[in-house]
Design a protein around this ligand. Structure first.
Ligand SMILES: Nc1ncnc2c1ncn2[C@@H]1O[C@H](COP(=O)(O)OP(=O)(O)O)[C@@H](O)[C@H]1O
Ligand SMILES: [Mg+2]
Length: 257
């Protein structure tokens, strides 16, 4: 694909799509969670409840859900909103400088929200993003949230750890990841964090998640450099001995048979 030309076409489609007021509600309000300003976009059809209720109650939703992962940077939980299983990713407050950076450059949630729609336009499977919003205090983004559709199928990590496939089938999965990367890279995009926990396996197909380090490249030079990084992660992590992976993870996670 010619990097700049085609990409601009898709960006324009996404811009138009996200600007469609019938499909998406654009939020810029100090009324929902005072004293904070809330800025974001939410899908209109995804939830029965009102956007304001979801936004105001997002932390209790997150904390009462199944917390999948939490660290300084993000907290990820599976929960239900209006009878729909969703994944909420909270980009935590990481201090003044980070907050300033995301205020000036745009938040991670906002970027991933747009990139998700773009990937879908490019026909790369990734869970549908249902909404995102930033929480601003005194003009600065202090935390953000991304709400994604939940995919019930396992990540590659569990394919191996829970023995969901015979170990001899692993080379087929490796082949699928190779094809996925080839497709992605051919479209001028790199993922930046290729590993077992960022790819979902759904009946012979792969779904790419965790788009935080995704780049849609504008120049061939930067594309080539980042393709190398993706391929090196692929070789080191995915295209490695699956028995070794299971053994190492069991030690890391303190699991015995
Ligand atoms: N849409 C989704 N459907 C199902 N599981 C998901 C989804 N998004 C994330 N997860 C699960 O949550 C984990 C952490 O999410 P991820 O976006 O990778 O966060 P992090 O940046 O902390 O790695 C993933 O490894 C996966 O197990
Ligand atoms: Mg991840």
């Amino acid at each position: 694909m010619a990097i700049a030309g085609e990409k601009n076409k898709y960006r324009a489609i996404v811009k138009q799509q996200l600007g469609d007021a019938e499909l998406f509600e654009s939020i810029n309000s100090t009324q929902i969670s005072p004293p904070y300003r809330i800025k974001g976009t939410m899908s209109r059809n995804a939830f029965g409840d009102t956007t304001a209720n979801i936004i105001d109650g997002i932390d209790s939703l997150l904390e009462s859900g199944d917390i999948i992962k939490t660290d300084r940077a993000t907290t990820v939980a599976k929960t239900r909103i209006s009878d729909r299983d969703v994944i909420i990713k909270r980009y935590n407050n990481q201090g003044f400088l980070n907050s300033l950076k995301y205020t000036l450059a745009g938040s991670r949630a906002r970027r991933v929200w747009r990139e998700t729609h773009l990937l879908q336009q490019l026909n790369i499977a990734t869970p549908t993003a249902l909404g995102y919003f930033d929480v601003l205090h005194k003009g600065r983004v202090i935390r953000s949230y991304l709400i994604n559709e939940f995919c019930p199928e396992p990540i590659l990590h569990y394919l191996l750890l829970d023995k969901l496939i015979p170990i001899n089938d692993w080379p087929k999965i490796v082949g699928l990841v190779r094809e996925l990367l080839c497709d992605l890279h051919g479209k001028g995009v790199t993922h930046g964090d290729i590993k077992h926990s960022n790819i979902i396996y759904e009946r012979g197909k792969l779904i790419l998640i965790d788009l935080d380090s995704l780049i849609i490249h504008r120049t061939t030079k930067s594309l080539q450099r980042h393709i190398k990084k993706d391929l090196s992660a692929f070789e080191r992590k995915i295209n490695s001995d699956p028995e070794e992976y299971i053994k190492r993870k069991k030690i890391e996670l303190n699991i015995s048979d």
